[in-house]
Ligand binder design. Structure first.
Ligand SMILES: [Mg+2]
Length: 265
């Protein structure tokens, strides 16, 4: 039998529980990574994603052949990014969804395994370039302490020139421009491949989504020619740009920003 006294206690307890649950939610926000499910599934399971990689690297081979016909005193080079350009880290993304963890949690553990698989067409293209006397440089924002495992991973997957001379990690800034320029001092960079526009040039660095689109439009002649872009719907500066490059936002804040950017009718 529920007495008035019991009812009051129950109401008070329920209220307290509700308040304490809300408090702990705000103090210890649980990352809600479910929003990444579809993008990660597309990347891992769609044949369309594989086809896009094959298509991109086929265009790259065609453009490389064209570039090789043009004589140059300098040695020719191809510059590629690593993550989601030549190596597939989608198992790390899936792990983040399944465990509710967020980058950089678990990232060092994942790269130290050296188990990322080569993306479709990447190995064939880079080995083709190497066979034509072109030097291959991997400019990555993986850090120096990840290099040993990264080189091991690239070698295991059959990539050419996977050594400390050709794999150039991030030492200070994430901006890759100074590293590209270092390669360009002694080489003619005939082609660049990446899943992030910042893998090609620094025009897009820290720009808004609208500005990134406008810059891309102004450089449209480069794509499918010197710039070979690969698909990455899972993460990237396209997403960071939505959040104005603020990395400490709460999941609820990020969710409302994403909704704000959706264009309905
Ligand atoms: Mg990348």
């Amino acid at each position: 039998m529920i007495t008035n006294k019991n009812l009051i206690i129950t109401v008070l307890m329920t209220g307290w529980l509700a308040v304490s649950c809300n408090q702990s939610k705000e103090e210890n926000p649980t990352p809600d990574n479910n929003y990444m499910q579809l993008a990660t599934l597309w990347y891992q399971q769609s044949a369309e994603c594989r086809a896009l990689y094959y298509q991109a690297y086929e265009v790259a081979r065609f453009r490389l052949d064209e570039a090789l016909k043009i004589p140059s005193k300098e040695k020719k080079a191809v510059v590629v990014d690593i993550d989601e350009t030549v190596l597939d880290n989608s198992p790390y993304q899936a792990w983040c969804i399944l465990t509710g963890k967020n980058y950089p949690e678990g990232w060092a553990e994942w790269t130290s395994k050296a188990e990322a698989k080569a993306l479709p067409g990447a190995g064939e293209f880079l080995n083709y370039a190497a066979s034509k006397g072109v030097e291959v440089f991997y400019i990555t924002n993986r850090k120096t302490n990840e290099m040993e495992a990264t080189i091991k991973n690239l070698q295991k997957e059959g990539f050419p020139m996977a050594d400390t001379l050709h794999v150039i990690p991030r030492t200070d800034v994430s901006n890759k421009e100074s590293r590209r320029q270092r390669v360009a001092q002694n080489h003619k960079i005939v082609l660049l491949a990446g899943d992030n526009l910042n893998d090609f040039a620094e025009f897009w660095e820290k720009q808004s989504p609208l500005a990134r689109q406008a810059i891309t439009d102004s450089l449209k002649a480069e794509f499918g020619r010197r710039f070979i872009i690969l698909p990455n719907p899972m993460y990237g500066d396209w997403e960071n740009a939505l959040y104005e490059y603020k990395y400490g936002l709460m999941p609820a804040q990020k969710d409302s920003i994403r909704r704000k950017f959706l264009k309905g009718f």
